[in-house]
Design a binder for this molecule. Structure first.
Ligand code: NAD
Length: 320
């Protein structure tokens, strides 16, 4: 009997880089197939299976699943918020077509479990900004948010209509050190750490008082895998779960970095990403995820900042 395998689509991005590593640690290197349209370094390919594959190419994706006895798929390929505003049609095409390729496959193969991430971008200016509830007014005004809201509705529809076991999280902005972020509105909270170590100064593209929900990548990866491993009967929310981590403004993050690098300075030059951020919540209520599958975040601002700075110093070989 062929072993059951896990497939990651869009594996070379910010989340996929960490997710593949953790899935391989859990299931074994050869049992997690990484795929992307971007080729990967030989060192990565030597560690476990990697295939070039476009998520909108149904025939190729379905073939990979069938030939490798894939039973779980993590669909990460998408155009993110800031990029999507500049390429609306391409964003809609990729974000929706990729999802349909997988939903339609799972409709015919109910034993394949699907993970598809949504985002806090589904919320809009009419949503309560603080402690945003799971069920609330959802009127996104960005291309990215519209595609994520549509995706959530389709996931729920395929679950109830066709028995698809699809699970989803509305990720907040994710902070990580392994891969660069892919063009989102919360990227400043990653870039700031690189520049803090390299230049001791940073020019932020959001206003200093812009509070946004964020999460450290180890928490996001743990949430994703815990959600996928939870018994199906516990997963009662089939559009997408709110997930809260840490909520902070650029000014608060700067103060936290200064505790480690007292001379660090930050200037502010808001650009078009400010308009996107202004439509998003400041903090999230994730009590439904806590109640239904036992979610709890671990990393607070201080621990995340300290860990990010340690890894940035390692990356840039800074010894002080
Ligand atoms: N990173 C965040 O802060 C964040 C927050 C909320 C939601 N999300 C969601 O999580 C998912 C992954 O985000 P990420 O930050 O890793 O994105 P990313 O941009 O860093 O990575 C996306 C990957 O998909 C690949 N890709 C693009 N088009 C493809 C195609 N046609 N076929 C196959 N691969 C393709 C890219 O090459 C890239 O490696 C996305 O759905 C995103 O909307 C991310």
């Amino acid at each position: 009997m062929q072993k059951e395998r896990t497939l990651v689509l869009g594996s070379a991005g910010q989340i996929g880089t960490d997710l593949v590593e953790e899935l391989r640690r859990i299931y074994g290197d050869s049992n997690v197939i990484a795929t992307d349209i971007k080729d990967q370094p030989e060192a990565f390919k030597a560690k476990g299976p990697f295939m070039m594959a476009d998520v909108t190419d149904a025939a190729t994706i379905h073939k990979i699943i069938q030939e490798n006895n894939v039973k779980q798929v993590y669909l990460l390929a998408a155009l993110l918020s800031a990029v999507a505003e500049n390429k609306p049609k391409a964003a809609w095409k990729l974000n929706m077509e990729g999802l349909f390729v997988m939903l339609d496959y799972c409709k015919e193969n109910n034993d394949v479990k699907l993970y598809w991430p949504s985002s806090i971008a589904v919320f809009g200016t009419t949503t309560p900004r603080h402690n945003t509830p799971q069920k609330t007014i959802i009127e996104p005004s960005t291309v990215y948010g519209i595609s994520k809201l549509a995706g959530e509705r389709w996931c729920e529809y395929y679950h109830y209509k066709h028995g698809v076991d699809v699970r989803s999280i509305r990720y907040p902005g994710l902070i990580s050190y392994k891969a660069d972020p892919g063009g989102g509105t919360t990227d400043y909270a990653v870039n700031i750490f690189h520049e803090a170590i390299l230049k001791n100064t940073y020019e932020c593209f959001l206003r200093e008082d812009t509070a946004l929900p964020m999460m450290y990548m180890p928490d996001a990866i743990r949430a994703t895998i815990e959600l996928m491993n939870a018994p199906a009967e516990k997963i009662k929310t089939r559009n997408s779960y709110n997930l809260a981590g840490i909520s902070f403004t650029p000014a608060i993050l700067v103060d936290e970095i200064k505790k480690h690098l007292p001379d660090f300075t930050c200037t502010y030059k808001p650009d078009s990403r400010q308009q996107i951020a202004d439509t998003w919540p400041a903090s999230i209520d994730d009590s439904v995820a806590q109640k239904e599958w036992g979610w709890k975040h671990r990393y607070e601002l201080a621990a995340m900042t300290e860990d990010m700075l340690i890894h940035m110093k390692e990356k840039y070989k800074v010894t002080t």
